[in-house]
Ligand binder design. Structure first.
Ligand code: SF4
Length: 159
């Protein structure tokens, strides 16, 4: 049996992004990953009950870990607080990872849920800052290694 890898559903071609688009990774990456892993798709924002399409949202405050501690919020540009759905989705994604025994995840870069290194700064000005999204933080706190789609070579080498 191959090890399992939790993967952002949008990277696997599912049209689940806020704009109802997907961000499929190149076919070659997909093939390499499938040789080494059983891929488990999950979209935390969908799991948390948000519709598709949905308004774009950013973390207002520190980062995803702060959202989990209720010391920051996820908000839309109109100021609607969607933190609860983001946290619920993160917990459901973690449940799925645990159910399937995933020790690693490949999550979409820069997303307020899935971003593992950088997130938008909460000003809706297309500016990135260092920090993790809500789901990436929760998985990381649980000891699951989180990689993004630009780090597939490292992921393949280190797992
Ligand atoms: Fe993709 Fe994650 Fe956003 Fe869902 S929450 S669309 S999986 S980046």
């Amino acid at each position: 049996n191959k090890p399992t890898l939790l993967v952002s559903a949008c990277l696997l071609g599912q049209p689940v992004r806020y704009d109802a688009q997907s961000k499929p990774m190149p076919e070659q990456d997909w093939r390499l990953l499938r040789q080494q892993f059983d891929l488990i798709p999950a979209c935390p924002e969908c799991l948390g009950g948000l519709p598709t399409p949905r308004p774009a949202a950013e973390i207002v405050g520190d980062n995803g870990a702060a959202v989990l501690r209720r010391q920051a919020q996820v908000k839309t540009a109109q100021g609607l607080d969607v933190s609860q759905a983001f946290v619920a989705g993160a917990k459901m994604a973690l449940d799925i990872a645990r159910q399937h025994g995933c020790h690693a995840a490949l999550l979409k870069a820069n997303s307020p849920s899935c971003g593992n290194r950088r997130i938008y700064d909460g000003e809706f000005s297309a500016t990135l800052k260092d920090g993790k999204g809500v789901t990436a933080s929760l998985l990381d706190l649980d000891g699951i290694m989180v990689w993004n789609e630009y780090e597939i070579q490292q992921l393949l080498r280190q797992t």
